[in-house]
Design a protein around this ligand. Structure first.
Ligand code: BMX
Length: 294
């Protein structure tokens, strides 16, 4: 898989943090992590990317960016502005190319990570759905060796699943990291996800209740995904998804399903770098998305 081509500057821009790395042949050499600026909108976010990549100028000939939000035809939208308030149709590819001076390609973050896990990680060669449980809940689908993005970029956005009614709260609103933080505060326990998991490990009933309720809701969505697409595996990643014990909770919720309906859940093998590796490979080798790599 290694090659000697010029590295790709890969970027994974999320609601709170942004990762950058130089990627070559499925390997990420140098990488840095910065905070996504809380104010200033997309111009500030992309300025911060260009500044962080400054020391690597000349070391890459193209760039590939994975972002939280919908991406289609090089433009960017927020589905959930609470995760990141992206203005509708922001010209992501053109604006980043103008800052970096190289060609740019762009994908949704979960779609990129799905491609990364398919090419280099826990689901190599499989039909897979990658699900990230982080600030929001996103997913990417690889079937028959093709990443499904959808014409409007929507494919895989399981955070939008409405279980009970169209106007009922959707999965992300009920069970993502942002929702857990909100519900912990409402229960009088301010703090971040780490605190919540630590409290659950200590046997605190409030934390156990929140985590098991989120796991139950997410597991139900995964069962629906399995019934809809019948992937070989569902790869779980994201800060909440990879937190100690969360995958075991999901497996426990799904254990009672009969065999063909029960997903094969796997832990993401590439961790936080799945998006970087996926978007770099997807942009560098578009011919890989033909089904022939299966
Ligand atoms: C939201 C949505 C998805 C994203 C998912 C996970 C926005 C801004 N984002 O559902 O596009 O894939 O969150 O994003 O609408 P993360 O930043 O929490 O990893």
């Amino acid at each position: 898989m290694k090659d000697t081509a010029t590295p790709v500057l890969a970027i994974d821009l999320g609601g709170t943090k942004t990762l950058l790395g130089l990627v070559n042949g499925g390997t990420c050499g140098q990488a840095v992590r910065i905070a996504t600026p809380g104010a200033g909108g997309p111009s500030a976010w992309l300025d911060a990317v260009a500044e962080a990549a400054g020391p690597w100028r000349g070391a890459y000939a193209r760039a590939a960016i994975a972002v939280t939000g919908l991406v289609a035809q090089g433009r960017w939208w927020a589905l959930n502005p609470d995760v990141l308030p992206v203005p509708a149709g922001f010209p992501l590819v053109d604006e980043l190319a103008a800052r970096l001076g190289v060609p740019v390609c762009a994908l949704n973050d979960a779609q990129a990570a799905a491609w990364g896990e398919y090419r280099f990680g826990a689901g190599q060669g499989c039909d897979l759905v990658f699900v990230t449980v982080s600030t929001g809940i996103g997913a990417g689908i690889v079937l028959g060796g093709r990443l499904l993005t959808g014409h409007r970029g929507l494919a895989g956005h399981i955070g939008q699943f409405r279980a009970e009614a169209v106007d009922a709260p959707w999965l992300e609103h009920l069970a993502a990291g942002g929702a857990l933080t909100r519900d912990a505060i409402a229960a009088g326990h301010a703090g971040d996800g780490q605190k919540l998991f630590a409290a659950a490990a200590d046997g605190d009933a409030w934390a156990e209740h929140l985590l098991s309720r989120a796991a139950r809701r997410i597991a139900a969505a995964l069962a629906s995904v399995q019934a809809l697409l019948d992937p070989d595996c569902i790869v779980v990643g994201g800060g909440v998804g990879l937190a100690p014990g969360f995958l075991a909770r999901l497996r426990g919720e799904l254990a009672g399903l009969p065999d063909p309906l029960r997903p094969d859940l796997r832990e993401a093998a590439l961790g936080a770098r799945a998006g970087l590796l996926g978007v770099a490979d997807f942009g560098e080798h578009p011919q890989a998305n033909t089904g022939e790599t299966r």
